[in-house]
Ligand binder design. Sequence first.
Ligand code: SF4
Length: 232
Amino acid sequence: MEIIKDFTCNVDISELLEQLKIMDSQDVSEFKRILDIAKKIAKPKAIYVEGFIEERGNDFIIVNGVKFVSRTLSKNLADVDRVFPYIATCGAELDSIGFPDDLLKEYWWDSIKAYYLNIARNGLMDYIKTRFSLKKTSTMVPGGGEYGLWPIEQQKELFSLFGDVESLIGVKLTNTYLMMPNKSVSGFLFPTERDYSGCRVCRRKNCPGRSAEFDENLWKALEIEANLQIKK
Ligand code: SF4
């Protein structure tokens, strides 16, 4: 298990201004002021563990003694013996500040937190790939993709691989399996030749968050239908 807390935080303000569509507006100076607050306190963090698949079945795998139930996960990991469970976060420091009385600033702050989460997540992925000489990789996350693909309840098992995650990197799992800070992500990183992403096997129409088209061939290859029936 390894914890990373020293990410290089190069914040591209023009990227944020563009994303928030305030590039040429009178809000820029106020946004800069708020971003400066964030820069002073932000400490994005991540944790990962080298996981070995000790046992596998049609709809489960056992990693470092912990059982994960998902046919799609098992199919995705059929050709590998090693996975990298991870958690990345913007950090509790950014989560300690909010603007509950100002919706616009609250939205800006949430976007800044998401930016720092990306720093942690992308930095972690690059670090693992370099350290373990991985080439092509994909990720799967509990609760990601179509409902039932890998149930969100399995966050509990994922967190159990690390022990006390809250004291290690400040991320807490709620009773409904959501993470606090809200700008945190968790999942498995694994080597693969397949272009897997949750969106490619999700049939939801008109989703604003879609990052890849639905791929029927991948859906069939991963036997998703059978996976969803197991969960019913
Ligand atoms: S299409 Fe939307 S709901 Fe489906 S996995 Fe992608 S982001 Fe999630």
